[in-house]
Design a protein around this ligand. Structure first.
Ligand SMILES: Cc1ncc(COP(=O)(O)O)c(C=O)c1O
Length: 427
């Protein structure tokens, strides 16, 4: 099937289906197996030296997961994808595929709290320096790049601030310095709202736990290779692989070299593979991705307008509003110029904010986004709790800030729920 000719709504259902499956099943089978039989020793030897494609062990690949990976690669227009067990492991595998002790990566200041911790603590312990830019402008990134910079890392829309960096400008900067540009596109909803490959990204990571799964039923992460980076001379990819008898991945796998490396080194050594059942849930979630996101984006605007006009909010931060600092970038890089998440700073203090959250009856208080249930999160006491006060300010998190991720309910019921919670909170 020529995926390039099909639209997103079609690909999310058809890509990865095996029409030659002798069972003629409409659904994709779940393969609950850890290992695979080798018909001959020669065949097995070919698998192990990477000259023969096929299944060895589910830590490396699984037929259900392969179908899911094919669908994701088609949706993003990438050369290949790798499914892993969480968004955090996608980031860890992608970054450590490129950077080693003594190297550095340059990252956006607007990052998910978990990513910030991984960068500041775990990568640092591994000897990888993470240089956080002062602002998300290309100039701030440029000032930090040197000869040991192995990647530039941004979120297409920062969690929770919804800051959208100048993807095009940063992509050009990365290309100028011949440094791979990694974009965490979790808020880009599996490529439906934003596809960073159109703006110079070379590698995409995405927490599939969110919009891809869409129902809060499984953890997952994906890495997608844009197949658009020239790895010539980049030691991590264009060099003899010690684990594979000196095989050069760039020369052997061309535009899939990076994703092959993530699989054969990253998954092999770090072991963060998805379960086949979870891959099935992701495939099921993907079938309705664009429909869900269209509903959520509409509801987000409606709730944002309600919050702006209801008198209970100090600020309403929604990229669809002209006063949002990232409005222009969102309009350029995100479909509908919008997101399915908004932030509100309530009037009152941290205590009334907590009372409000605890009074909600429909919206759930969780650390989650992209779910079919509307979620309200209080970052200062949850996702960003580990950050110092200075880092909190840097990340734009204040005591009464709430992050809201719209679900699939009728938004008028969510508005009524907010109304009764405002009364109970004394706001
Ligand atoms: C932007 C972003 N990246 C990465 C992650 C981590 O993903 P996971 O929770 O699937 O490990 C999250 C989680 O919320 C996120 O919002």
């Amino acid at each position: 099937m020529d995926y390039k000719k099909l639209h997103f709504d079609t690909l999310q259902i058809h890509a990865g289906l095996d029409k030659s499956d002798p069972t003629c099943s409409r659904g994709i089978g779940i393969h609950p197996t850890a290992a695979y039989r080798f018909p001959t020793c020669d065949y097995a030897a070919g698998l192990f030296e990477l000259s023969q494609p096929g299944n060895i062990y589910t830590r490396l690949q699984n037929p259900t997961t392969s179908a899911y990976e094919e669908r994701i690669a088609a949706l993003y227009g990438g050369s290949g994808a790798l499914a892993v067990s969480s968004g955090m492991s996608a980031i860890l595998i992608a970054v450590t595929a490129l950077a080693s002790q003594g190297d550095n990566i340059v990252a956006s200041p607007y990052l998910y709290g978990g990513t910030y911790n991984q960068f500041r603590h775990t990568l640092q312990r591994l000897g990888i320096e993470v240089r956080i830019a002062d602002t998300p402008s290309p100039e701030s990134f440029a000032a930090l790049i040197d000869g040991r910079t192995r990647a530039i890392f941004v979120e297409s829309m920062g969690n929770p601030t919804c800051a959208v960096p100048d993807l095009d400008g940063i992509g050009r900067l990365a290309a100028k310095h011949h440094v791979p540009f990694i974009v965490d596109n979790t808020f880009g909803a599996g490529g439906y709202l934003c596809n960073p490959f159109e703006w110079g990204a070379n590698i995409i990571v995405d927490s599939a736990t969110k919009w891809i799964n869409g129902h809060g039923t499984a953890m997952g992460g994906i890495i997608v290779d844009g197949g658009n980076f020239d790895w010539t001379g980049v030691g991590a990819v264009d060099a003899p692989s010690e684990g594979y008898h000196g095989l050069n991945l760039w020369k052997s796998f061309g535009n899939q070299a990076f994703i092959v490396k993530c699989r054969v080194d990253g998954l092999r050594d770090l072991g963060a593979c998805p379960s086949p059942f979870d891959s099935y849930l992701m495939l099921l979630g993907l079938e309705t991705l664009s429909l869900r996101v269209r509903h959520q984006v509409q509801s987000t605007r409606r709730l944002a307008e309600f919050l702006r006009d209801c008198g209970k909010a100090k600020t309403v931060s929604f990229v669809g509003f002209e006063n949002h600092p990232s409005h222009a970038n969102a309009a350029r890089y995100f479909r509908f110029g919008s997101s399915a998440v908004l932030n509100v700073e309530l009037k009152g203090d941290i205590d009334s904010t907590v009372r409000f959250v605890e009074s909600l009856q429909l919206a759930a208080h969780m650390t989650m986004i992209g779910d079919s249930i509307t979620v309200v999160t209080h970052p200062a006491s949850t996702t960003h709790k580990q950050l110092s006060e200075a880092d909190l300010v840097h990340a734009g998190v204040t005591p009464t800030l709430l992050r809201i991720s719209l679900g699939l309910e009728d938004v008028e019921d969510i508005i009524a729920d907010f109304g009764q919670a405002f009364v109970k909170a004394g706001l």
